[in-house]
Design a protein. Structure first.
Length: 128
């Protein structure tokens, strides 16, 4: 909904994100910031595929997501939070929670068009 399709990058439109991984990362960040997590949901992105795309696109965003995910792990030993599958699942769960949070905002009266304009994304970042 918020990204141009990757194969049509030359198309000029009002989407803020040019690639799908950017929306995924943004939704995960929204989920982490607002503590919105969908635990146990059937998540299609519980693989390293999305994370590899993020790493290829931006190491700094990928590292930030890793740190946020590690910060959310309730562990007693270091081995408990160094499991890559667990970390990737947490990122996916927060991305799902963040996406649902964004949809809740858009269902609020007066905010139905929120994030339809690139300015909305910039305002959201500035408000943080």
């Amino acid at each position: 909904m918020f990204a141009r399709k990757q194969e049509s990058l030359s198309k000029k439109d009002d989407k803020f994100f040019s690639k799908y991984w950017q929306v995924y990362a943004w939704a995960a960040i929204i989920g982490f910031i607002n503590d919105k997590r969908e635990e146990g949901a059937s998540l299609p992105n519980q693989s390293s595929f999305q994370y590899q795309m993020i790493t290829n696109g931006s190491d700094s965003i990928a590292h930030a997501l890793l740190l946020m995910a590690i910060g959310k792990i309730d562990a007693e030993k270091s081995e408990d939070f160094l499991k890559s599958r667990k970390i990737l699942t947490i990122i996916s769960e927060y991305a799902e929670g963040g996406a649902k949070h964004i949809l809740e905002i858009r269902q609020t009266p007066g905010y139905e068009r929120k994030f339809d304009s690139p300015d909305d994304f910039l305002i959201e970042i500035v408000k943080r």
